[in-house]
Design a binder for this molecule. Structure first.
Ligand code: BTN
Length: 277
């Protein structure tokens, strides 16, 4: 049987402007590109030129998209929502908050996706995932979106990639998924506007508490959506090193605390696998 064709939405300056206006989202600068190597690179250049907070760059296609831990981020043209945001944390905020900036982006995207009835959760640090097996029956969870934060001076650029219109054969790995495969058909421009609204809500909380994660409910919201905390995990730390234990907490610096025979280890970067036992 032929696979059902999935409708693909436009992502253009006009469609984005319309979606933002419909939700009264105002941004200092929005650039929508047909193609670019990486929206993070575009946003990093703008940040270096002094672009204000909430400058946004989106693209219909990336030819050299980057992922975490030196990986590439691959998506067929016209199917994903790919965008980057320039943020400018206050100089007075505690250093700990820097670790939370990419986690907050994941939290916002998770909220947006949950708003469409998809039970999105967070795999530490900020993979937006759906619990359950991959589309080929292998172990899950299924990854729906990824986030990459990169610092440039006082600014941080946070890039988001969400699989939107992909069929199973378009996915880069079996343990990925798309909103279409999870039963949601949504215009990418609308999704962008919704994500920015959810994200801004958390960012304003951070501003209101001067970057103090202990005072806002951001950390508890993250923990409530965490698929990792409370699970037995293996963390690939790179360089052939890994550790196995129970993920017990995401701390005030956004680091994962893992307990095992070795005691408690604080992990600032790594690749987590959820274990069954
Ligand atoms: C990951 O899960 O490894 C992070 C993926 C981040 C991908 C997005 S797509 C938009 C932005 N531009 C990039 O080059 N990367 C991020």
């Amino acid at each position: 049987m032929a696979a059902r064709a999935i409708p693909v939405s436009p992502l253009t300056g006009a469609s984005v402007a319309q979606a933002l206006a419909a939700r009264a989202v105002t941004l200092p600068q929005v650039t929508v590109l047909t193609a670019t190597e990486s929206t993070n690179d575009e946003a990093l250049s703008l940040a270096a030129e002094g672009a204000p907070e909430w400058t946004v760059v989106a693209a219909d296609e990336q030819t050299a998209g980057r992922g975490r831990l030196g990986r590439s981020w691959v998506s067929p043209p016209g199917h994903a929502l790919l965008f980057s945001v320039v943020l400018r944390p206050d100089r007075s905020w505690p250093m700990a908050v820097w670790g939370w900036i990419p986690l907050i982006a994941g939290l916002a995207v998770t909220d947006t996706i949950r708003g469409h009835g998809v039970p999105a959760e967070l795999k530490w640090p900020n993979d937006v995932v759906i619990d359950g097996p991959a589309h080929d029956g292998s172990a899950g969870p299924r990854k729906l979106a990824g986030i990459l934060a990169e610092r440039r001076g006082d600014a941080v650029v946070v890039g988001v990639g969400i699989n939107v219109h992909h069929t199973a054969s378009m996915l880069p790995i079996p343990a990925a998924t798309s909103l279409a495969l999870e039963g949601v058909e949504i215009a990418r421009s609308s999704l962008l506007a919704e994500c920015l609204l959810d994200w801004d809500r958390y960012w304003q909380q951070l501003r209101a508490t001067e970057g103090d994660l202990g005072q806002s409910n951001t950390r508890s919201a993250y923990l409530a959506r965490s698929l990792t905390v409370g699970r037995r995990v293996r963390v690939d730390l790179g360089g052939g090193n890994d550790l196995v234990g129970e993920a017990v907490e995401v701390d005030l610096e956004g680091h994962l605390r893992v307990e095992g025979a070795f005691g408690c280890q604080v992990v600032s970067a790594g690749d987590v696998t959820h274990l069954r036992h």
